[in-house]
Design a protein around this ligand. Structure first.
Ligand SMILES: Nc1ncnc2c1ncn2[C@@H]1O[C@H](COP(=O)(O)OP(=O)(O)O)[C@@H](O)[C@H]1O
Ligand SMILES: [Mg+2]
Length: 527
């Protein structure tokens, strides 16, 4: 600090004080200015930082909004859940698929959607364990039940743990439509296969010929039973028309437009009965390469015809009883219960009451089946039907074979009416068909050896004694006898009603003899 003067001089006390004071004032001012500038600079940088922060916040909010939007609106279901499967966050698609409302999300456990069947529970447990180990589950298929209406939904499920391990992130898509379609397709394929089988087997229209009092009584019962919709048991000798009666009941019932599925309990091998009836899942046993719907599932809404029900193994009888009572069953290898609405008609040529007494048939099943028993009388007990039947088969086979055989001589008709028909209508049908084949004119020619022996079981002897026995070789007799028996059984070889049993031969022995004797089934014979 200085004072400007012309010459140097010492300052007096007062001057020095003033100047010193002034100097300190000036210094203060300078410092204040400096500080102010610093403050301004700081304020500016703070403002800039604030602005940057605001921008960053805005960007963050925008991206968060963006992700929330994606999460919520995504067509895929997203769920964040705790390791105990408790929901943390769930998007809209997930809520829609699972049938829950936003306010229900917290407090809901993913596990609670899994139905209480051992199979579904096991799959979820395995899936959860693999997440616990930190492994991905990719594309697992799970069956769930919606919370609101309990309806089944099938999902394809991906889940992986959050890197922190504290929760899992799960995505799934609804594949219910696809699964239902596949199930329906499988059912239709099986139904189609069964129907093809039906068409190939016999199926002569449900035309029941005859008006004897005995048959009229049967038809009256058929109508009653058809309307009542109850289970029916048809009993009667082989070839009396039990299957025809079963078809008539089905056709005249309200289920007539749905399938009638036939099961011949005698011709399915014991090991396969269960899978035939109830279906199986893939891998249930060796050879079960795909899921297969059983006949009960195919008959849903319609009727199942259990032919030769007396041959059903005892363990199957228990399962059948359950279907009759509860209308539900489980396919082989599956714990999933299937419910069906099926009417059961059973038939047998066996004395079931006797089978019950000897323990081969369950009493409870017998009573359940025989609520309405229908007995089809043997043909010999309604011989007044024979004429009509003869004319009926005559016109059928001459049409089919393109021949114009149109009448039967009184003598031939007489023989036909007097014969005992141990093979019943089936035998009569075969005899007429063969006669039509062999006839040369418009009048039916009944060959003497057409199996018209008056006594059952004596045909071979008859053939020898009646026919030109001296010229017939033993081989010829054997051939004729086998053919006759085959005709009687409708060319069925195996089983209780099969030719092998009647001839007391092993089916394979019979087949090899037939081969040796050149016996072949040349025409379409109903079985
Ligand atoms: N009343 C009938 N009218 C016409 N055909 C009949 C009659 N009864 C049986 N049939 C025929 O006889 C054959 C044997 O009948 P089916 O119902 O298979 O006998 P079952 O089951 O009792 O052994 C079938 O071809 C069937 O069409
Ligand atoms: Mg039959």
């Amino acid at each position: 600090m200085c004072v400007i003067d012309r010459e140097p001089r010492d300052l007096n006390q007062a001057e020095r004080t003033i100047l010193t004071t002034l100097a300190s004032v000036v210094m203060d001012q300078l410092e204040v200015r400096l500080a102010a500038r610093r403050v301004a600079e700081l304020e500016e940088s703070e403002r800039q930082m604030g602005e940057q922060l605001r921008q960053a916040n805005a960007a963050l909010a925008e991206s968060e909004e963006h992700f929330r939007d994606l999460f919520d609106e995504a067509p895929i279901a997203y769920v964040h859940e705790g390791l105990d499967s408790r929901f943390i966050r769930v998007n809209r698609t997930a809520m829609r698929i699972l049938g829950i409302k936003p306010q229900e999300v917290t407090g809901t456990y993913g596990k609670s959607f899994v139905p209480d069947t051992p199979e579904a529970q096991l799959r979820v447990r395995q899936a959860l364990e693999s997440i616990g180990r930190g492994t991905d589950t990719s594309g697992v298929m799970l069956e769930l039940r919606r919370k609101d209406d309990g309806k089944p939904v099938w999902i394809q499920w991906w889940s992986r743990p959050d890197p922190s391990g504290a929760y899992t992130r799960t995505m799934f898509i609804d594949i219910t439509d696809r699964v239902l379609m596949e199930q329906e397709q499988a059912r239709l394929e099986t139904e189609n296969a069964y129907l093809q089988e039906e068409i190939r087997s016999e199926h002569n229209f449900a035309e029941i010929v005859g008006n004897s009092p005995a048959l009229t009584e049967v038809l009256r019962k058929v109508d009653q039973v058809a309307r009542a919709g109850s289970t029916a048991l048809i009993v009667g000798e082989t070839g009396t028309g039990k299957e025809l009666v079963a078809r008539a009941i089905h056709d005249r019932s309200p289920r007539g437009c749905r399938p009638l599925v036939k099961v011949n309990c005698a011709s399915i091998s014991a090991g396969l009965v269960e899978s035939e009836l109830f279906g199986h899942v893939k891998g249930a046993f060796t050879g079960a390469l795909t899921n297969r719907a059983g006949r009960f599932a195919v008959a849903d809404g319609g009727t199942i015809f259990l032919d030769e029900v007396g041959e059903l193994p005892l363990d199957m009888q228990v399962k059948l009883l359950r279907v009759l009572q509860e209308q539900e069953f489980e396919p082989v290898g599956s714990s999933k219960t299937i419910r069906v609405d099926v009417r059961v008609i059973a038939a047998t040529n066996r004395d079931l009451q006797d089978a019950v007494r000897t323990g081969r048939f369950r009493a409870d099943l017998y009573y359940r089946l025989s609520v309405v028993p229908i007995e089809v009388p043997p043909l010999r007990a309604r011989s007044s039907d024979i004429r009509q039947l003869v004319m009926f088969f005559l016109s059928r086979y001459s049409q089919r074979l393109g021949k114009s055989v149109s009448s039967v001589s009184e003598e031939a008709m007489d023989r036909l009416v007097r014969y005992g028909w141990p093979g019943n209508v089936r035998e009569l049908q075969n005899v007429i068909e063969r006669a039509v084949v062999l006839s040369r004119g418009p009048v039916l020619e009944l060959d003497r050896e057409l199996g018209l022996a008056p006594l059952a079981g004596n045909e071979a002897v008859e053939a020898v004694s009646e026919g030109p026995a001296k010229f017939v070789t033993l081989e010829q007799v054997e051939r004729d006898h086998i053919v006759r028996i085959l005709d009687r059984t409708g060319w069925v070889i195996e089983g209780l009603e099969g030719a092998a049993r009647l001839l007391e031969l092993h089916p394979n022995t019979l087949r090899s003899r037939m081969g040796k004797l050149g016996i072949k089934r040349t025409r379409h014979e109903p079985r």
